[in-house]
Ligand binder design. Structure first.
Ligand SMILES: Cc1cc2nc3c(=O)[nH]c(=O)nc-3n(C[C@H](O)[C@H](O)[C@H](O)COP(=O)(O)OP(=O)(O)OC[C@H]3O[C@@H](n4cnc5c(N)ncnc54)[C@H](O)[C@@H]3O)c2cc1C
Length: 599
């Protein structure tokens, strides 16, 4: 089926930048549409460290980037106070470090000048004993340490909140909708796009006066549809996610190549990263390698010697849409952004936003929207720095809400962090005053804990469309269960809410399992990986999912089982021999699957 609609601006890409622009334009009364080919924020935005920081690292070569990020971090804290959290950092200094404490302190004194923009405290210098008291897991080899203040945010929720606000102000927001073609007038002007809904197959023709390419690392590919060029130098970055908090504070670490990295608390977990490597591979299938995992762990171990005792439960991967630069290492590239008008390339009407930082997304969106509005003749000023995002307009009495809705207090604290004052709206259908005798909200995933109320709200009121979207939208299955304990119940709830058939429910479960496996497998390695590969294949086979397209795609692409497995040498370590044996069994099962395991 095909239908057509007309807007003033079509925004392609529902990462933080596309969602930020949609909200900015909608607040100015511009009719716009935002299309995202997967889930909101599922590209680079989900892969980020979620810091709305100034970036101490950029201070030397890019002070403007630091300034913009700090100023915008202050604005994000104002409009979404519920969604941000303070992250105090510890920066240890080791005797062998090339830059000693005095010089480190000079840099931190400079950074202190930017702290007031983002409500950050000035640094402090700690003795070795003071630092170890604050963070007992720290290496006792340190000379001294410094504290510095940063802020974090749930980047996926921030993106969803921007898109939600845009939709409530009249924008069309559609996920799983991919732009396949840019529409052109006879003179070459870009005047919209042909979009395919990847869930129901519907084709939509969206005509627009202007098209904003906010496709992140995919921006060159989208621009090429109109014969225009966007030059990026894409760089892959990964994070490891630990089962629980591994330190009280965020801790700086140094890679073997001298790169700065860190471990930091994020929601229920700790994350460690990140890498920064030129990337030439498939943007739609980014794999984490065992080498990358080893590189990050090695760096972390120097600062936190016990790090390997903690379990890495999954990985997160993405590609930075860094602006092109030649002859410099990935780390040294500017984090600045650009708003490009493609008129001079014969593609008037098409614009691109590229580069930049999550921390400065609102400012980037303001700049891009100013330019689009100037072209449209819209004079409304930007209001995104002062208008609260949904839920950011006050404080919620969490304890009172927990009592009223008969929900566990920790679940309510979490809900208030994500939805702010809107939490009561999320729990509305569970209000005993509305439905006396109705059961209280249930915990679907105990790892965080995620309530059925939030899941159903996302499906009924926020446009959630697929089970695998729940990872980002409500953080389902990102804890230690990785979906094993919650995916089935979540699928039942969504099947009811979205009217899925039994077959669709099974497809959704298989796709969810495949996407979790893709994130989990690199964190395993050796015999553990092989054993879990066997479990996964048994699970898919026994449940009959193996034949489904989603499972096949996930298994084929995500599996690390080679077709032919050489024998491990008899002298190889036991784990290697076991792994080779298990892989051979799996390879054999590929051509000759085992029968029904039931007696
Ligand atoms: C490892 C890592 C760590 C980072 N850490 C931080 C940090 O701590 N702080 C910070 O400020 N910044 C950080 N960044 C940078 C930050 O994440 C990015 O600047 C930001 O997320 C870019 O957002 P975006 O909207 O431009 O791109 P994306 O989030 O990639 O959004 C683009 C979207 O376009 C969609 N799309 C592509 N093609 C089409 C099509 N044809 N049709 C429809 N949709 C399409 C994609 O699916 C994607 O969702 C980090 C980046 C990485 C990789």
């Amino acid at each position: 089926m095909s239908r057509a609609l007309r807007v003033q601006v079509l925004i392609v890409g529902g990462g933080i930048n596309g969602a930020g622009i949609a909200r900015d334009l909608a607040l100015r009364g511009v009719r716009c549409a935002l299309v995202e080919k997967r889930e909101l924020g599922s590209g680079t935005t989900w892969a980020s460290s979620g810091m709305i920081h100034g970036g101490l690292r950029y201070l030397q070569q890019d002070p403007e980037v630091t300034l913009h990020s700090c100023v915008d971090s202050g604005a994000i804290q104002r409009i979404a106070p519920h969604l941000v959290f303070r992250i105090p950092f510890l920066m240890p200094v080791f005797p062998e470090d090339p830059i000693g404490p005095e010089l480190v302190e000079v840099g931190l004194e400079m950074y202190d000048r930017y702290q007031p923009f983002k409500n950050g405290r000035p640094h402090t210098r700690l003795t070795r004993a003071q630092a170890l008291r604050l963070e007992p897991a720290l290496s006792p080899r340190i000379d001294c340490a410094f504290t510095l203040d940063e802020w974090g945010v749930d980047a996926a929720r921030l993106t969803a909140a921007n898109a939600l606000d845009a939709a409530e102000r009249g924008a069309l927001v559609r996920t799983h909708a991919e732009v396949l073609e840019l529409l052109r007038e006879p003179g070459g002007r870009v005047c919209g796009a042909r979009v395919r809904d990847l869930v129901d197959g519907e084709e939509i023709r969206i005509e627009a006066e202007l098209v904003m390419n906010a496709a992140g690392p995919w921006a060159p590919r989208l621009a090429a549809l109109a014969g225009a060029a966007v030059r990026l130098r894409p760089a892959k970055g990964i994070h490891l996610v630990f089962e629980r908090r591994v330190s009280n504070l965020a801790v700086y670490a140094r890679g073997i190549d001298g790169r700065d990295m860190f471990t930091f608390p994020h929601e229920q977990n700790s994350m460690a990263g990140t890498t920064d490597d030129d990337y030439y591979g498939d943007l739609d299938r980014i794999d984490v390698t065992e080498d990358e995992v080893a590189y990050v762990l090695e760096a972390m171990e120097r600062s936190l010697p016990s790090i390997r005792r903690h379990r890495v439960i999954h990985t997160i991967m993405g590609v930075r849409p860094t602006l092109y630069g030649f002859g410099r290492s990935e780390d040294e590239l500017s984090r600045d952004y650009a708003v490009l008008d493609h008129s001079a390339e014969g593609a008037a009407g098409l614009w691109t936003i590229a580069g930049g930082k999550l921390a400065a997304y609102r400012l980037m969106a303001e700049d891009a929207s100013d330019r689009l509005c100037a072209r449209l003749g819209v004079r409304e000023p930007c209001r995104t720095a002062t208008t609260p995002l949904p839920g950011g307009d006050g404080a919620l009495d969490v304890a009172a809400a927990a009592r009223r809705f008969r929900a566990p207090l920790p679940a309510l604290v979490r809900l208030a962090f994500r939805h702010g004052t809107r939490s009561e709206q999320v729990l509305g259908p569970w209000d005993p005053a509305v439905g006396p005798g109705a059961p209280p909200p249930r915990t679907v995933c105990a790892c965080e804990p995620v309530l059925d109320a939030e899941l159903l709200h996302a499906a009924r009121r926020e446009g959630l469309r697929r089970l695998s979207d729940c990872t980002l939208r409500v953080r389902l299955g990102v804890g230690s269960c990785q979906g094993a304990g919650c995916a089935g119940m979540a699928a039942d709830l969504l099947a009811d809410a979205l009217d899925w058939s039994a077959e669709r429910r099974a497809e959704e479960l298989a796709a969810f399992a495949a996407s979790r496996w893709h994130a989990v497998a690199p964190a395993l390695g050796g015999a553990q990986l092989a054993a879990l590969e066997i479990h996964r294949h048994l699970f898919l086979g026994a449940r009959g999912f193996a034949g489904s397209a989603a499972a096949a795609g996930g298994a084929a692409a995500g599996s690390r089982v080679p077709d032919a497995v050489p024998d491990a040498s008899p002298d190889a370590p036991l784990a290697m021999r076991r792994r080779a044996g298990a892989l051979r069994t799996l390879a054999r099962w590929r051509s000759d699957p085992p029968g029904d395991p039931s007696p």
